[in-house]
Every structure is written in structure tokens, then in C-alpha cells.
Ligand binder design. Structure first.
Ligand SMILES: [Zn+2]
Length: 128
């Protein structure tokens, strides 16, 4: 039963993971690397580093993939990013629109679009 549920979570989060795999492929062909930690593909260096440096973040989760700047940065953000992995497993293809909506509402109501986003508050441990 656990394996069936895990398979269903992989499929449900799959469209997001596919985006992560495209970014991961760009990372690998631009000199980056991949590692597997806690059942998730983690890409670092190359394109991932270039992208995250521009956004000034250390990590970014897309389904069952995590992009990071360096292996050390991935170690630091892994717990946080795995909360997002669970969110992708719950929300599937609806996660990115829901995340964007929460940022828009936070911004619209005078709060911070990133840090006051419901999903980030959950990942930072502010929400259950
Ligand atoms: Zn986050």
C-alpha cells in the first residue's frame, strides 16, 4: 500500500517534477551535478546556480527535484525544501498556481510576497 501511495504521489507531482528535470538537464549540460538525497533528485552548480543566484535564493523545489547553488547550500535548505516536496505531493499540478495566488494575496494585502506566502510560512514552521 505504501508503494502504491508513493507511486501516486510521484505521478500527481509529476508535471512539476518534469519542469525540475528540464532545469536539471540544463544544469548537467552546463557543468552542474546531480545527487539523490531522501529520495529526491538534487541538482547543483551550472544552470541551477546561475538561476538561483539571479533570484538570490539557495534552493528551489519543483516536484521531486530540488535545485541548489552548491552541495553545502543544499544541506542547509534540505529540510525546508522537503516541506515543499510534501506540498507538491498534496497539491500536484495545482501547487504552482496556488503558490502564485498566495504570493499575490500577501502582496496585495501589504505583506511580503515571499516570506508571508502561506506555503513559505508552512515551510519555515510558522504554520501547521
Ligand atoms: Zn520555501
Amino acid at each position: 500500500m505504501d508503494q502504491i501511495l508513493r507511486f501516486l504521489r510521484l505521478i500527481w507531482a509529476g508535471p512539476n517534477s518534469l519542469l525540475g528535470l528540464v532545469a536539471g538537464l540544463l544544469t548537467l549540460i552546463s557543468g552542474g551535478r546531480v545527487q539523490i538525497r531522501r529520495g529526491v533528485l538534487e541538482f547543483h552548480g551550472g544552470f541551477s546556480q546561475w538561476l538561483l543566484d539571479r533570484w538570490q535564493v539557495f534552493g528551489l523545489t519543483l516536484g521531486h527535484t530540488i535545485l541548489g547553488t552548491t552541495p553545502t547550500a543544499l544541506d542547509l535548505v534540505r529540510d525546508h525544501e522537503h516541506v515543499h516536496v510534501r506540498q507538491y505531493e498534496r497539491w500536484g499540478p495545482l501547487f504552482l498556481p496556488a503558490y502564485g495566488w498566495c504570493s499575490l494575496v500577501a502582496w496585495w494585502t501589504g505583506r511580503r510576497a515571499y516570506r508571508d506566502n502561506y506555503f513559505e510560512r508552512q515551510a519555515y514552521g510558522d504554520e501547521e
